[in-house]
Design a protein around this ligand. Structure first.
Ligand code: OAD
Length: 247
C-alpha cells in the first residue's frame, strides 16, 4: 500500500494538540504493533484472512479443540516474543512521563508495558497470562514454545486457557467503566491503529466526541470512527510519532 508522505502541517497540528493537552487518552489496536512485526487481524495481511475467528477465538472453539486453539496461540506467542516496541509505543511512554496519559489497548502483546506506559488498560487481556478453566486462577506463563499443549494449572493441574477476551465474551466491566471515565475526562483522545469494528472499544471515540473531547485518528485506512475525528492522519503510527517531540 502506498501512503503519501505526511503533510508537515498535520504533524505540527498534532504536536500542538499534544502540547496543549493536560489529559490524553489513547485507544490502540493491532495497527500500532504492525511495525513491530505482529500481524493485524483485518486488512490485506490480516490474520482473519487465513484463520477463522470462530475456530480459534471463541469459548466454543476452545471447548471443542483446546489443542488447536493453544497451537495457534503458541505460534502467536512466538511472534510476540520476538517483537519490540516501535517508535509509536515509545513515544506514548515518553508522553506519559510529561503529561497525564492513559492507554486503553485491545492488544494482548504487552508492548505498551514494555515501552514503559503504566496507566494502561489491556481491555482484551494479555497473551502471557493464562487462566485455569477449573479454579479460575490467573497466572503468568512465558514459555516459548509451550512445554505442553494444552498447558495445565500449577495449582490444580486442570487445563488453562489464554487470559484473553474472545468473541462472544464480555470485557471486564470494571475495565470498561474505567475506560469510559478516562475517555470522558480527557481533553485529547486518539484512536491509533484500530479498525473500530469490535465493541465495546469501538464505541469509545463516540464517547469522547459526545463529551466534547478532541478526537484524533491515526490509521492508513478509513474506519467507522473517521467521521468523528477532528484530525485524521492517514499514515503508519510509527512514522507519525517519529516526527514528534515529547522531551
Ligand atoms: P484490526 O486488525 O481490526 O485493525 C487494525 C487497524 O490498524 C486497521 O484499521 C489498519 O488499517 C490499521 N493499521 C495497519 N497498519 C497500521 C500502522 N502501521 N499504523 C497504524 N494503523 C495501522 O485490529 P483491532 O482494531 O485491534 O480481538 O481489532 C480489534 C479486535 O479484533 C482485536 O483485539 C482482536 C480482533 O479480532 C480478539 O482477538 C478478541
Amino acid at each position: 500500500m502506498e501512503i503519501p508522505e505526511m503533510d508537515a502541517s498535520l504533524q505540527s497540528r498534532l504536536q500542538n494538540l499534544f502540547n496543549g493537552a493536560t489529559r490524553v487518552t489513547v485507544l490502540t489496536g493491532a495497527g500500532i504493533s504492525a511495525e513491530s512485526g505482529i500481524p493485524t487481524f483485518r486488512g490485506p495481511e490480516g490474520l482473519w484472512n487465513d484463520y477463522k475467528p470462530e475456530d480459534l477465538a471463541t469459548p466454543e472453539a476452545f471447548a471443542r479443540d483446546p489443542e488447536l486453539v493453544w497451537r495457534w496461540y503458541d505460534w502467536r506467542r512466538g511472534l510476540v516474543a520476538k517483537a519490540r516496541p516501535n517508535a509509536a509505543h515509545t513515544a506514548l511512554a515518553a508522553l506519559e512521563r510529561r503529561t497525564a496519559v492513559s492507554v486503553i489497548t485491545q492488544n494482548v502483546d504487552g508492548l505498551h508495558t514494555q515501552a514503559g506506559n503504566r496507566e494502561l488498560i489491556e481491555l482484551h487481556g494479555n497473551i502471557w497470562k493464562v487462566r485455569c478453566t477449573a479454579c479460575a486462577v490467573i497466572s503468568a506463563n512465558t514459555e516459548v514454545p509451550l512445554r505442553a499443549i494444552p498447558p495445565r494449572c500449577a495449582r490444580c493441574q486442570r487445563v488453562v486457557r489464554p487470559h484473553i477476551v474472545w468473541f462472544g465474551e464480555a470485557v471486564d466491566p470494571y475495565d470498561y467503566q474505567r475506560s469510559v471515565e478516562m475517555t470522558r475526562s480527557a481533553d485529547l483522545f486518539l484512536a491509533i491503529g484500530t479498525s473500530g469494528l469490535v465493541h465495546p472499544a469501538a464505541g469509545l471515540a463516540r464517547v469522547a466526541k459526545t463529551a466534547g473531547v478532541t478526537v484524533v485518528e491515526i490509521n492508513p485506512d478509513e474506519t467507522p470512527q473517521s467521521p468523528l475525528a477532528d484530525l485524521v492522519i492517514r499514515d503508519r503510527a510509527s512514522h507519525v510519532f517519529e516526527g514528534l517531540n515529547f522531551a
